[in-house]
Design a protein around this ligand. Structure first.
Ligand SMILES: Cc1cc2nc3c(=O)[nH]c(=O)nc-3n(C[C@H](O)[C@H](O)[C@H](O)COP(=O)(O)O)c2cc1C
Length: 185
């Protein structure tokens, strides 16, 4: 699968088969993530690979944050089931002190964002599915996984074989709305 096909056909996958992910595939995935660009090549990211069922279930529970979801009419994080169902959950963390912090922009979020896209596209190319889960109880997750207080937890990625092939996803804005020429507007 070439890059364009992976970009075009990637979808957020929230339901998974029980089938385990082969160690070799997981290694290939993580090794691709490792190659992502980052601020000054600082590689501020750290990834926790969680396979234990009890821990995955706990992570799944922590993906609901009432103050966020209740005002939006959600009873659960849409990715909750996938987080306990997928055989692997990758927890993406960042050390902000190891990335750029300039002109009120903290680049650790950018670094993790880029690594996340590598993860999602590589998963697709390997026949795996995943979804970026950005809403969770960070403080409780830190406690559960022994993550130090100065490290930010930025995303959770359930990884596994998709339960079904998803052809369509939410539509995108047309180019005419998002691309300007020569100047803004
Ligand atoms: C930063 C970020 C945070 C996200 N958080 C969640 C989340 O907490 N739960 C969830 O089910 N999906 C989450 N998503 C997935 C988006 O809803 C999804 O990417 C978007 O609707 C487009 O759909 P697609 O990925 O299938 O193209 C998140 C995506 C991003 C990029």
């Amino acid at each position: 699968m070439d890059t364009f096909e992976a970009v075009r056909t990637r979808r957020s996958i929230r339901r998974f088969q029980e089938r385990p992910v082969e160690e070799e595939k997981l290694h290939t995935l993580l090794d691709a993530v490792r190659m992502s660009p980052s601020w000054s090549n600082r590689q501020c990211w750290r990834f926790i690979v969680v396979k234990g069922k009890n821990l995955r279930e706990r992570i799944s529970e922590l993906s609901y944050v009432e103050s966020f979801f209740s005002t939006r009419g959600y009873k659960v994080n849409p990715a909750k089931k996938g987080l306990s169902e997928a055989p692997v959950v990758i927890v993406a963390c960042a050390d902000p002190s190891q990335s750029g912090d300039i002109w009120a922009q903290q680049y650790y979020m950018t670094d993790i964002g880029i690594a996340s896209q590598t993860l999602m596209l590589s998963a697709r190319a390997l026949g795996l599915g995943t979804v970026f889960v950005g809403v969770f109880d960070e403080a409780k997750l830190r406690e559960e996984l022994g993550i130090p207080g100065d490290i930010r937890v930025v995303g959770l990625f359930p990884v596994g074989y998709p339960l079904e092939e998803k052809k369509d996803g939410p539509p995108r804005k047309p180019l005419s709305e998002i691309v300007f020429h020569e100047k803004w507007g």
